[in-house]
Every structure is written in C-alpha cells, then in structure tokens.
Design a protein around this ligand. Sequence first.
Ligand code: G16
Length: 602
Amino acid sequence: MIGGSCPGVYVWLLCCCSCVQPSDTADHTGLSLYSVSVGVKKMVNATTVKTKPYTDQKPGTSGLRKRVTVFQQNQHYAENFIQSIIAVIEPDKRAAATVVVGGDGRFFMKDAIQLIVQIAAGNGIGHLVIGQNGIMSTPAVSCVIRKIKAVGGIILTASHNPGGPNGDFGIKYNIASGGPAPEGITNKIYDVSKSLQEYHICPDLKVDLSKIGKQSFEVNSKPFTVEIVDSVEAYAEMLREIFDFAALKELLSGAHHINVRLDAMHGVVGPYVKKIVCEELGSPADSAVNCVPKEDFGGHHPDPNLTYAADLVKAMKGGEYDFGAAFDGDGDRNMVLGKHGFFVNPSDSVAVIAANIKSIPYFQKTGVKGLARSMPTSGALDNVAKALNMQLYETPTGWKFFGNLMDAGKLSLCGEESFGTGSDHIREKDGLWAVLAWLSILAHRKQSVEDIMKDHWQKFGRNFFTRYDYEEVESDAANKMIKHLETIMFDPAFKGKKLSSGEKTYEVAISDNFAYTDPVDASVSKNQGLRIIFTDGSRIIFRLSGTGSAGATIRLYIDSYEKDPKKIYQDPQVMLAPLVDIALKVSQLKENTGRTAPTVIT
Ligand code: G16
C-alpha cells in the first residue's frame, strides 16, 4: 500500500524531488532517498533506571573520548553521558525534534547507537535520522543536521585515535547549526553528568540499522520514528553545488588526467570517496585504497599524518601519482601530498586555498567574508589575508570556535594545523571537501602541487612550521612541566630576555596563556595555550591536547616566518632546529617527563 496508511501499519516513500511525495509528510527529511519501507508500528514502554554520576565526563576539544573499555565496563557509563546530552534539549521541544546520529564505524559504535535510540525514545525525542549501518562521516552529519533542520546530532567517533576493543571511543554532540556544541553547552552536559541520578530508556526498542527507510514506534502512547538514510547521498549532493564537477571529472578522468591516490585508512570516508571520486568523477577504482570502514581501522591509527599514513607516503614517493590524500577515522581531517610525496603542511594548505579561492564556484557565489585559523596554526594564512585585504580571526584550538563566526556571516574559510580545513558550507572541518578544493586548484592552475606551493612561498613568504607530539605522557609529569613553564614565562623579567641556540638568538616580546574573546557573543575562553612570541614574530607554543584518552599528550608548536627567496625551500626541521632546542630547554621537557623524543613530528 503506497501513499496511505492503515491502523498500525505505515508505508513511506522518501524523496526530495517533486515527482514522488512521501506518504507521511509530517516529518519528511527532504533527503535524497528513493526507497520504500514498510513497518509495523511497535508499542514500547519507557522506564527509569537509577544510576550514579561519574565525575570524568567532561567533553574535551571535541566530545568525550575514552578507551572503549571505559564505556563498556563501567556500569551505565555510556547511558549516563547520552542522558546528559539529551538533557540539554528542552523538554517541550523534544517531541517535534529530529536528532541526527552517525559514526565512523569503530568498535562499540553500533551498541552505542542502539543505546542512543533507546534513551532518545525514553526522553520523548520524536525523530532520529541515522546513517545506514550507523555510518556517517562527521562532515556528513553536519551537512544533514543543517539540511533537515535537526535540533542537533550525536556523533560516535574518537576521530583519529585508534579503534577496536582496546582502542578509543567517543561521543560528541553537535547543535542545530551543524557544529560541535560550544563550551556553554558542553559545560551544561558536564554539569548534568556530575549529578545524574537516573536515566530514561526504552530497553525493548531495537532498530535495524541496515534497512533504509522508516521504523516507527509508539512510546508511552507517543510516536517515535527512526529513519535510516543513505550515508553518502545528502553530502554528495552538497558537494555538487560547491564544486565544478565537470572540471574535476576532466582532471581525474579526461584525456590529460592526473593520477591520484586517496587513502581512507579504513575510516568512514571510504564509501564517500568511492561514490564521489571514483564512481562520479571517474577516478579509477584502484585510486582509492582502504575504503572499507573497519571497527579497528585495520589495526592502524586512522590519523592522516606523515607517521601514521606512512603507506600513502611510500606509495607517493614512487612517483606514479600526482596527488595523494589521506583522511582520518571520521573523515573530517585530511593530509595532502604532491608527486614524490611532497608534503603540504596543513597550515600552508588553508593558505593556498585562500589564495586560490576563486577556483571554487561556491566562493564565487558567496564571496569571501573572512578567514580564520586556530592559534597554534602557522601565520601562513595571515599573509594571504593581509595581501588580499581580508579579515583574519585567530581562535583557540577546536573547530567549535569557528562556528559562531560563520553563523554571524564573518567567516568563509578556516583551517588548523591539526590537518583540518573547511568552510562555512557546514560547521565541521571536511576532509573530502579539502581534497576537492585542492583538485579544483590543480584543475584551474594546471600546475603540480609542488609548483603551486613553491609559487605561493615566493609570493607570500614562508611560515616554517613544525609540531612535536609527546603522546601518553604521565599526567602528573605533563602538569609539572606546564607549571614549570608558567613560572618562567609569567616572571616579568622573562619579557626582553634573549634566548640562544647555536648562532641564533631570539628576544622574547610576549609570553602569555592565550585567551580568546568571541567577537560575536563576547564569551571568554582562557588558558588556551602557552605562547612565547619573539620580536621577529617567531612563536613557541605549548599546550596539552584535549583529544587524548589516556595520560596527557604534550604538543609543542613552532612557527617562524622567512621571506628571503633563497631560504624558503629549506628543510623546516633544519630551519626550526634552534627554536625547538630553545623550547626544550625552557620547558625542561626531558627532565620533567623523561621523554627524549616526540612520538610524532609534523
Ligand atoms: C579536534 C578538533 C580540532 C582540533 C583537534 C586537535 O579534531 O575539532 O579543532 O584541532 O581536535 O585538538 P587537540 O590538539 O586538543 O588534540 P578531531 O579531528 O580530533 O575531532
């Protein structure tokens, strides 16, 4: 029976075009799905379960990230956090609310989704939209939230952290704009979690995540629907509006096509790359590798950097490919490489996109409202902003800080040193978008990645940048090092001090802990990273990562500008060695933590 309903039995057609209308339009999502689903409306009851609060559910840079075992083995741990998230949705808005749910396919994701379904239903949420088999990249969740005007979304990911039974898991809440919840909301979630005494759940409610279409329930006499949607289509539709697909198709499969290699690292982006880059833009099927999402990412770190994407680096060094890219677990990060493995630093990547922004049709339509980077990201973007007379914002680390600027119409393009690049098309960084942005520039300029980068440095000068990560340092040792640094840096005598390594001497101009006042809502975020800024503009920055799951990760960032054309092609590690040496001496990192070398160098 199509186009109608009978008591207890519902049939739906889901479609966004005008030729076929859904039979039940009240909560129609508008997504591009062409499926019919038949379901019997099931009656289920909600119940209240007593629990005890946890004190460690403070969301970090991007959601709550812990070892899988923490979520699995502590009684009600996941349930408590999910209940705390749903608590921030106003009770009187819940029945009409739609919440989007998706994740990166990692171990424990499907269990967590069933819990979200049960707890959402138990709390009176009216409607959930979930990616098929639970799969939905972080940018795609952001896209879908915006497209269907959901109240928010819950993303199951620990991003670039490893997965599997002994790996990491994460739960993140995004708001109606499609962006990560700002601190005001994550603090509320944390407050609720600290005093939670009970949660509401429908323990008998189970959904089939594999079947596209609607599943309908009645919870304590109120309707509750779960809509399983194609994970890729809505996102692909958005990209078609942003980029010139005909030009990209010519670049990837025309008479003079380039060869690309895209490594999905067994994360969520595999199906997106296959559908969009291979099937639609015509890149050969074998140009995309590791495209099947795996619960443990094949045993690897799904982290697109030179250390963890070593296979891609090796493949690129062979010279067979003109362009290479890797993505992280949830598809929001990207790393771009040129022929022979030429590395594009993420801080440079966003600067190049900014300088070539008119290669992307979306920006021709919207104009460029402003540019932004996180504080530790190099100043490469600042140089472009200055030359092109564009407004530049410097925010703390965390994509959520860009959202307010975008919503206020102040920001079009932004990027972070942590392999994140994106624009105001959504409110998350977007790995595949960044790759198509680069391919658009290649199509437009008809030059290699390396030539484009070198031209850029010639024109704007070069910000040499490196980041040292010391992962899983004992928390007490990391805090001791930070305390030590603060004592030195906040001593008034530190300003004006000359610090030397070999023949290089730098004079301290500013030493502080970065604080940010949001230009839109005037909210203040303090303690966002210790900065030593020298009189020549070079910077040493220390901060503790907010995305690790065990111990502490110390990040050391170095940024130094060079405009002498004779020096701009040098090896960043050679150029920055004196500043690294000074940073290690000032912080006494080795003495405080026992670490003699970083885990990862970017
Ligand atoms: C998250 C945030 C990014 C941030 C990154 C690293 O990314 O969205 O804005 O730069 O963490 O943060 P930290 O230096 O605190 O580890 P993702 O990809 O992990 O969600």
